[in-house]
Write a protein that binds this ligand. Structure first.
Ligand code: CA
Length: 336
């Protein structure tokens, strides 16, 4: 019996190491965006200095087809575009990145994100509005910053670009993905061993990146919520065991929303964890949920560290997107 007990312990250990290989990676979400305007190069340099493993780029195209780093297809929530180009809004009252050339976008100042409906800052305690001077970077400029820091520090920090709204870009007459892949290739990102994850919410496009465009980079299928009304995408289906299996045909990982993994606490105060991570690991996929924020914690988490404990130790994620890379890096260092 003792031998069986030993075997069981060994198998349990094997299982743990196989499904939870190493310390989770820290992905700086839009840079060190908890401290500086999101997607400014300053926020990226800060994230680098804070020890992030990967730094994220959301990528959209300018009117002249140049990939720039900005979260939305709109440019009005994070810049002064309405003041600089008041005549350039569309009929819906919004200002679109794709209506502006790179030279025009470079005239804008980046600021902390505003909720257009209320006119108020989304995170009121972050970097003060209108202070200092931040500009929109191109994808190439940002890669050169990170690769330059890798050269000067001897470290090896990765990039984590996201193709934003490929179907919308196509409606506007631009095929964003091949343009982005060409830039990545120019900077040496061509295969699965390179220090990059490429991510997209649109499953048709992520599959196309692998199967039609022949991309060999590590791919992450982002998973949103059906409540966000993304046209034609059923995220609920993607999160089923069958959906996860389908994703594993073309991707290396998933990027789910935090509520997809932990739904709250039970009557005993224990975190309620879904099967998503388990199913993803069984399908050979890594799991990198978004977004860990000290100023927007889930209601069941007492602190940033508490959220980290639940996701890293109980739910066994492989990495996480955070606006506060220093806090995640600090937590993981003390846990080792
Ligand atoms: Ca993103």
């Amino acid at each position: 019996m003792q031998r069986f007990a030993m075997l069981y312990v060994l198998l349990a250990f094997w299982n743990t190491t196989m499904t939870h290989a190493g310390t989770p990676i820290v992905i700086a979400h839009r840079g060190g965006s908890g401290y500086l305007p999101e997607h400014s190069l300053e926020a990226k340099a800060l994230a680098y200095g804070q020890g992030a493993d990967f730094i994220e780029q959301d990528v959209v195209l300018s009117k002249d087809g140049i990939p720039i780093v900005l979260h939305d297809i709109h440019v009005d929530t994070v810049t002064d575009v309405a003041t600089v180009f008041p005549q350039r809004k569309r009929e819906d009252g919004r200002y679109y990145v794709i209506d502006f050339t790179l030279a025009e976008l470079k005239q804008l100042h980046l600021n902390e994100r505003i909720n257009l409906k209320t006119g108020k800052r989304v995170f009121p305690h972050r970097f003060p509005a209108g202070k200092s001077s931040f500009r929109i970077p191109t994808l190439a400029e940002e890669i050169e910053l990170i690769q330059g820091l890798n050269a000067s520090t001897g470290k090896s920090v990765g990039i984590y670009p996201e193709i934003k709204q490929p179907a919308w870009h196509k409606q506007q007459g631009q095929d964003i993905t091949p343009i982005v892949l060409q830039i990545l290739k120019t900077y040496g990102y061509t295969d699965a061993n390179h220090n990059i994850y490429l991510q997209c919410f649109d499953p048709t496009e992520t599959r196309r990146i692998r199967e039609e465009l022949g991309c060999e980079l590590k791919l992450v299928q982002l998973i949103g919520s059906n409540s966000w009304n993304d046209a034609g995408v059923d995220y609920d289906l993607m999160r089923t065991a069958e959906g996860i299996k389908s994703i594993s045909e073309y991707a290396d990982g998933i990027g789910p929303w935090m509520p997809h993994i932990v739904t709250g606490r039970d009557g005993d105060g224990q975190p309620i964890i879904t099967d998503l991570v388990k199913n993803a690991h069984a399908a050979g996929l890594v799991v990198h949920p978004y977004t860990f924020r000290k100023d927007e914690l889930p209601e069941y988490a007492k602190s940033f560290d508490d959220a980290m404990t639940i996701f890293c130790e109980d739910a066994k994620i492989d990495g996480l997107f955070t606006d506060f890379p220093d806090l995640a890096v600090g937590f993981l260092k003390t846990e080792q």
